[in-house]
Design a protein around this ligand. Structure first.
Ligand SMILES: Cc1ncc(C[n+]2csc(CCOP(=O)(O)OP(=O)(O)O)c2C)c(N)n1
Length: 808
C-alpha cells in the first residue's frame, strides 16, 4: 500500500498555509488556549452551576445544581481537538464535521456551539450574555432542558454517542459521495473495545479518495473507562501502532499534558494529517493515483482523563484517572471544601479574560471560530435535511410483473426491486447507495451491478466479480457497518437502503432503535430539516430459510420496530413483487422514518396486477374478494387475515380448501401490507379508522390471522379494537430447523391445514362436512410428515400449488 512521502504530503496544499498551520504563532496559541479554557469553563458550568455563571460573586451552595450530572473526564480532550480543528478550518476553508464517539462529553460540544454563536442563533434565549449563559448552564441535564450527551439538540451533531461504538461508521457514511467533507471522528478508548467500533476501522477499505471525502479518526487514549483501564491505553504503543497500521492507517501520535507544548504538538500533527489527506485526494483527483488503497492518517492522542481538573479530591488522585469520568466533585453543596475546590477550578481558567462585562466571549476566544457554515456547529452536513434533494426515481410500474390473474405466476419479487434499484443508481450517481452484508446477489438484488460495482479499495483479483474502487454498492460483512454507514449517509442528506437477511437484522437492531430515537427527537426540533428515511429491507426471511436452519429463522426486528413510536416507525409486508415495488417507491420518497420492508427472495406466487397493488398498498390492507367466498352480503362466518408473503400463500390456499371442501362457509380473506394500519389512529398515524377496521374485520366475527412474525405482535396491534380477543394468531413460534419450506409452516402451526382447522374451530356457523374436513386436514398433515421424511421435499400438491388449473 502506498504511504505518502513527505514530498507528496505537500501536493495539493499551499506551502505557506501548511507551514503556518503546523507552527502556530504565539498569538494563535493564545487564541487556541483561550478558546479551550472557555470551553472547559462552560463545560464545568453546565455540570455544576445554576447561578452566578461568571463568578461575579463568591461561589455559594445556592449556585450549585441540586443534581450533578454530566461527564467531565472526556470533555477537555474533546474541546482541545475541537479548538484545533476550528483553527484548521479557518486557515484552509476545509468543510468539516465533528463526531464525538464519547458522546457523554455533551457539555463540551454544547460549549463549542455556544462559543461559535450557533447555539444562540438556534436557541435565541441562550444568548451570549450573562443571562444566556445562566440558561445554558441550567438547561443542561435538567428537566425541560437538554440531555447530557451530544444529542439531537446539539447543533453540528449527527452522532449522539450515547450507545458507544458507532462513531466511525457514522463518519464513513457521512463522507461517502461527499468529496469536500472531512469527518473528524474522536474514538474513545473505552468505545474502541466495542464490537462495532473494532469492526469499523475497516471503513478505509471502502473509501475512494476521488469521489468520497475523508475521515480523520482521533483515538483518544485518556486511559480509562467508567472505572477500569482501557485495553489500548495499556498496550505497548508499538502494538497499538501495528494494530491500526494493519488496518491501513498512518499513525500519528501526540502525547502529554504540558502547555503550551500540547497545543504546538497537536497543531503540528493535525496539520500533517490534513496535508496527508489533501495529498491523497489531490493525487486521486488529478489522475496521479495508482489505485492502491491509500494509507489514511489517524491520530492517537494520549492526554489525561479530566485534564485541567482537580488533581486530588479528599486526598485521592482524580485528574488522569478513572475518577475523573463523571463529576469529580460530588458533594459541592454540602461540602465547603469541595465548593472551594470547584471555585478555584473554575477560576483557574481566568473567566474574566474569556467573557466580557456582558458575558459574551471576548475577541481572543471569538477569533478562533470559523465563519458561517464553516463552523462545525453550523455545518449543513450535520443537518442533512438542508442538503437533501429528492431522488430521481424511475416509474416503478415499469418493473412490474404481469399478473393477469392471481396466483398463477411465480417470480422472485426482490429481483424486480433490484432492477428498480439499478436504475436508481443510474439516475442518482452521487445520492443513492445500497448497503448489504455481502448478500446483494443472494438477495436477488444483483441487477444493481449492471450500474455499479461493489466498492472496494483493497486488492482486487481476476476472480473478483463486480468489485472495484469505483463501485458504490456497499458490501461489507458487518451489519453494524452497513447500518451505521447508511445512517451517516442519510443524516448528511443522501438516500439509501440496507438489505439484509431477516434474522441477522437483529445484529444491528440496537442501531435501528437508536436511530429511531434520533429521528423522533429530531422531529421535535423545527430547525432540523427532515432527512431521507432509513430503509431496511429484510429478505431471506424466517419462513424461507428452510435450507439454512434455525439460526437463520428469526423475524425479531419487526417486533423491535413495532415498539418504536408512531412518528418514526413503519413496517410493510408486501405479499408480492408489485406490492414490493409500490412500497419501495413510497419508502424511497419518504423522510425521517424507519421503513422496515419484509419480503422473501425465493420464487413466490404473485397475487396482484400493478394497478391492484398500488391501490392495495395505498389502503394498507384490504379484502381479497377473489380469494374468499364472502359475497359481500352480511358478515362472513370467519375472516382469514394475513400479513407476510409466505403466510399469505397459506391463507389463500386455506381459503381455497374451504371453498372446495366446505362451500357453505362464508370466508373473507383480508391481506395487510402496512402493519401499522391495524393500530388505532390515536396510536399510529397509519392506523385505520374504526369504520374501516369493522369493514374489513367486522366487530364480532372471529379472525384467524396468519402473521409473518411473532404472534404477539398482532395482539399488540389490535389492542383496543372491538372484541380484540377474537383474533387467533398464527405466526413464527420459534420452531425451526433445516427442512422443507412447507414444513416450516407446519412446525409453526401456520400451514394451510392448520388455518383451515382454526377456521372451523372458530367460525360462527359450521356447515355440514366440517368434522370430515378437520379429519382430512389431520390426514394431510400426517401425509406431509411421512412424505418429507421419505422424499426430502414437499408434496407436489403443496410445492406446485397455485390457482392455475382451477377456477380463480
Ligand atoms: C455500548 C455502551 N456500553 C456501555 C456504555 C456505558 N458507558 C458510558 S461511558 C463509558 C466509558 C467510555 O469510555 P471511553 O470511550 O474511553 O470514553 P472517555 O474515557 O473518553 O469518557 C461506558 C462504559 C455505553 N454508553 N455504551
Amino acid at each position: 500500500m502506498t504511504a505518502v512521502s513527505d514530498e507528496q504530503v505537500r501536493e495539493g496544499v499551499d506551502e505557506d498555509t501548511l507551514r503556518r498551520l503546523a507552527a502556530p504563532a504565539p498569538e494563535e496559541v493564545e487564541q487556541l488556549d483561550a478558546w479551550w479554557r472557555a470551553a472547559n469553563y462552560l463545560t464545568i458550568g453546565q455540570i455544576y452551576l445554576q447561578g452566578n455563571p461568571l463568578l461575579r460573586e463568591p461561589l455559594a451552595p445556592k449556585h450549585i445544581k441540586p443534581r450533578l450530572l454530566g461527564h467531565w473526564g472526556t470533555s477537555p480532550g474533546l474541546s482541545l481537538i475541537y479548538a484545533h480543528v476550528s483553527r484548521l478550518i479557518r486557515h484552509t476553508g476545509q468543510q468539516a464535521i465533528y463526531l464525538a464517539g464519547p458522546g457523554h462529553g455533551g457539555p463540551a460540544l454544547v460549549a463549542a456551539g455556544y462559543l461559535e454563536g450557533t447555539y444562540s442563533e438556534i436557541y435565541p434565549h441562550v444568548s451570549q450574555d450573562e443571562a444566556g449563559m445562566s440558561r445554558l448552564f441550567r438547561q443542561f441535564s435538567s428537566p425541560g432542558g437538554i440531555p447530557s450527551h451530544v444529542s439531537v439538540t446539539t447543533p453540528g451533531s449527527i452522532h449522539e454517542g450515547g450507545e458507544l461504538g458507532y462513531v466511525l461508521v457514522h463518519a464513513f457514511g457521512a463522507v461517502m459521495d461527499n468529496p469536500d467533507l472531512l469527518a473528524v471522528a474522536v474514538v474513545g478508548d473505552g468505545e474502541a473495545e466495542t464490537g462495532p467500533l473494532e469492526g469499523s476501522w475497516k471503513g478505509v477499505s471502502f473509501l475512494n479518495p476521488e469521489r468520497d471525502g475523508a475521515v480523520l479518526p482521533i483515538l483518544h487514549l485518556n486511559g480509562a473507562k467508567i472505572v477500569g483501564p482501557t485495553v489500548l491505553a495499556r498496550k505497548d504503543p508499538a502494538e497499538v501502532r501495528r494494530l491500526l497500521g494493519g488496518h491501513g492507517y498512518d499513525v500519528l501520535e501526540v502525547e502529554g499534558s504540558d502547555l503550551p507544548g500540547m497545543h504546538l504538538r497537536f497543531a503540528a500533527v493535525l496539520a500533517d494529517a490534513w496535508a496527508r489527506i489533501r495529498a491523497i485526494q489531490h493525487r486521486a483527483r488529478t489522475g496521479a493515483w495508482d489505485g492502491t488503497r491509500p494509507r489514511w492518517p489517524l491520530i492517537v492522542l494520549r492526554s489525561p482523563k479530566g485534564w485541567t481538573g482537580p488533581e486530588q479530591v479528599d486526598g485521592v488522585q482524580v485528574a488522569g484517572t478513572w475518577r475523573a469520568h463523571q463529576v469529580p466533585l460530588s458533594g459541592v453543596r454540602d461540602n465547603p471544601e469541595h465548593l472551594a475546590i470547584l471555585e478555584s477550578w473554575l477560576r483557574s481558567y481566568r473567566p474574566e479574560e474569556l467573557f466580557d462585562a456582558d458575558g459574551a466571549p471576548t475577541e481572543p476566544v471569538r477569533s478562533l471560530a470559523p465563519r458561517g457554515d464553516l463552523r462545525m456547529s453550523a455545518s449543513p452536513h450535520a443537518d442533512g435535511g438542508r442538503l437533501t434533494r429528492d431522488l430521481a426515481l424511475p416509474d416503478f410500474r415499469d418493473y412490474a410483473v404481469d399478473v393477469p390473474r392471481p396466483a398463477r405466476t411465480r417470480a422472485e419479487s426482490t429481483r424486480r426491486l433490484g432492477e428498480l434499484l439499478r436504475d436508481v443508481y443510474r439516475d442518482n450517481p452521487d445520492t443513492f447507495r445500497l448497503f448489504c452484508p455481502d448478500e446483494t446477489n443472494s438477495n436477488r438484488l444483483g441487477a444493481v451491478f449492471e450500474e455499479s460495482d461493489r466498492a472496494f479499495a483493497e486488492r482486487v483479483t481476476g476472480d473478483d466479480v463486480a468489485i472495484s474502487r469505483n463501485g458504490r454498492v456497499m458490501e461489507v460483512l458487518s451489519e453494524h457497518n452497513c447500518h451505521g454507514w447508511l445512517e451517516g449517509y442519510t443524516l448528511t442528506g443522501r438516500h439509501g437502503m440496507f438489505a439484509t437477511y431477516e434474522a441477522f437484522a437483529m445484529v444491528s437492531a440496537s442501531q435501528t432503535v437508536q436511530h429511531g430515537k434520533w429521528l423522533q427527537e429530531a422531529g421535535r426540533l423545527p430547525w432540523r430539516a427532515k432527512v431521507p428515511s432509513l430503509n431496511v429491507l429484510l429478505t431471506s426471511t424466517a419462513w424461507r430459510n428452510d435450507h439454512n436452519g434455525f439460526s437463520h429463522q428469526g423475524p425479531g426486528l419487526i417486533q423491535v420496530v413495532l415498539t418504536q413510536r408512531g412518528d418514526v416507525a413503519r413496517v410493510y409486508l408486501p405479499p408480492d413483487a408489485n406490492c414490493l415495488l409500490s412500497v419501495a417507491d413510497h419508502c424511497l420518497r419518504s423522510r425521517s422514518y424507519i421503513n422496515l420492508i419484509v419480503i422473501d427472495k425465493q420464487p413466490q406466487l404473485q397475487w396482484l396486477s400493478i394497478d391492484q397493488a398500488i391501490e392495495h398498498c395505498a389502503r394498507g390492507a384490504g379484502i381479497w374478494d377473489w380469494a374468499g367466498t364472502d359475497d359481500g352480503t352480511g358478515d362472513p362466518d370467519i375472516v382469514l387475515a394475513c400479513a407476510g408473503d409466505v403466510v399469505t400463500m397459506e391463507t389463500v390456499a386455506a381459503a381455497r380448501i374451504l371453498r372446495e371442501r366446505l362451500p357453505g362457509l362464508k370466508v373473507r380473506v383480508v391481506n395487510v401490507v402496512d402493519l401499522m394500519t391495524l393500530m388505532r389512529p390515536k396510536d399510529h398515524p397509519h392506523g385505520m379508522s374504526g369504520t374501516l377496521f369493522t369493514e374489513l374485520f367486522t366487530d364480532t366475527v372471529d379472525v384467524v390471522f396468519a402473521f409473518h412474525g411473532y404472534p404477539g405482535a398482532i395482539h399488540q396491534l389490535v389492542h383496543g379494537r372491538p372484541d380484540a380477543d377474537r383474533f387467533r394468531v398464527r405466526g413464527f413460534i420459534e420452531e425451526g430447523t433445516t427442512t422443507t419450506p412447507f414444513d416450516m409452516t407446519v412446525r409453526n402451526r401456520a400451514s394451510r391445514y392448520h388455518l383451515v382447522m382454526d377456521a372451523i374451530n372458530n367460525a360462527r356457523r359450521l356447515p355440514r362436512g366440517a368434522s370430515d374436513l378437520m379429519a382430512w386436514c389431520e390426514r394431510k398433515l400426517a401425509e406431509h410428515q411421512a412424505y418429507v421424511v421419505e422424499h426430502l421435499e414437499d408434496m407436489p400438491e403443496v410445492r406446485d400449488w397455485s390457482l392455475g388449473d382451477r377456477r380463480g
